[in-house]
Design a protein around this ligand. Structure first.
Ligand code: A2P
Length: 339
């Protein structure tokens, strides 16, 4: 038996990846409902060789649906949660709307797959699975296998984040502003707050009274919820860099006791969803060009921090649109509905 699947935000950067991931993983889709704003109603998208029409999202869109994958921003998720869940449809939400809500599982299937089924209404759940922040997912693919072996005390993260996290329009802005720069033409930023071509800036998510931007707080708070371990402390500086779709993260990880570099390589080498890629002799480590379009999160450059005991530095790179968003969401749906 297959499922009737709705995609909310089907025309967006993550939306089109939902379609590709469902097709590639052969998720049992019987019927597909592609939803976006009024602006794109009537446009078409391909799925398994067939053309499907995009329709405008309404409160009646979820009739008969079993699964809805949402990536149209937090306000759309908040506005349509009730109609989705009331229709008996499992909502897997890529926005930040419900991630920290008690009773809503926040799932990375390599870390806490058992939480996914807790979302099902048949099991008394809220009918919603929250897909974590992209930077959080990518970091946790590397942190979790190490933490399970030797508990982590503290992580200091520096992130190098791609345009795709701000949606399709931000990717276009990176391309267009780069073209304008090379042509010596002026370019007025429209999507991101600052010039993006040949530039970088601290993450543009809202600033909070603490001095951290929201992205940095998401990394700290969501990681604790997913690991289900408040003893793990994370501080970070998130930076937007002119890369299209792949995030990189430098993680300085302090453990409660010693974890050797060799053992850490061994743990990451057999961790699901992780590929170790490096060549010390050539000083060659994972880069966005290696990882864009790949399902796995790539790690390398493990080394002992020479300033502090029990501490390792790790370099982590993941495709923001795949493991950071669409792939993780589809894996959550698989864990809940097929697991
Ligand atoms: P549309 O293409 O009609 O604007 P991205 O993350 O790449 O910016 O994409 C956002 C997605 O969310 C797009 O598919 C967009 O549709 C959709 N979207 C934005 N606002 C709404 C809305 N109010 N109702 C339904 N879909 C929306």
């Amino acid at each position: 038996m297959g499922f009737k699947v709705a995609i909310v935000g089907a025309t967006g950067a993550v939306g089109v990846e939902f379609l590709k991931v469902l097709e590639r993983r052969n998720f049992p889709v019987d019927e597909l409902v592609l939803l976006a704003s009024k602006r794109s109603a009537g446009t078409t998208l391909e799925f398994k060789g067939k053309t499907h029409m995009v329709t405008e999202l309404t409160h009646g869109s979820f009739a008969g649906c079993h699964l809805a994958l949402f990536s149209a921003g937090a306000s759309v998720s908040r506005a349509y949660r009730e109609s989705c869940v009331a229709a008996g449809c499992l909502m897997v939400d890529n926005s930040s709307a419900f991630r920290m809500e008690a009773g809503v599982p926040l799932v990375v299937p390599e870390v806490n797959p058992q939480q996914a089924r807790k979302a099902l209404r048949s099991q008394g759940g809220a009918g919603v699975i929250a897909n974590p922040n992209c930077t959080t997912i990518i970091a946790l693919l590397a942190l979790n296998p190490l933490h399970r072996a030797v508990p982590i005390k503290r992580v200091v993260a520096a992130t190098y984040q791609a345009a795709s996290g701000a949606g399709h329009a931000a990717m276009e802005e990176l391309l267009n502003s780069t073209r304008a720069y090379l042509d010596g033409k002026p370019y007025e930023p429209k999507v991101l707050p600052f010039p993006y071509a040949f530039n970088l800036f601290p993450h543009n998510s809202p600033m909070t009274a603490s001095g951290y931007c929201e992205e940095e707080l998401k990394l700290a708070k969501e990681s604790v919820k997913i690991l289900d371990d408040p003893s793990v402390k994370i501080t970070g500086t998130c930076v937007r860099v002119p890369v299209l779709r792949t995030h990189a993260e430098a993680l300085n990880i302090e453990f409660t006791r010693e974890l050797s570099v060799e053992r850490a390589y061994e743990l990451l080498g057999k961790a699901p969803g992780v590929t170790v890629l490096e060549d010390r002799a050539r000083n060659r480590w994972p880069m966005p060009v290696d990882v864009a379009g790949k399902d796995d999160v790539y790690v390398g450059r493990l080394r002992k921090d020479h300033t502090q005991d029990n501490t390792l530095d790790v370099w982590v790179v993941g495709d923001q649109l795949l493991k950071g968003a669409a792939l993780n969401a589809v894996q959550c749906a698989e864990a809940a509905l097929l697991g």
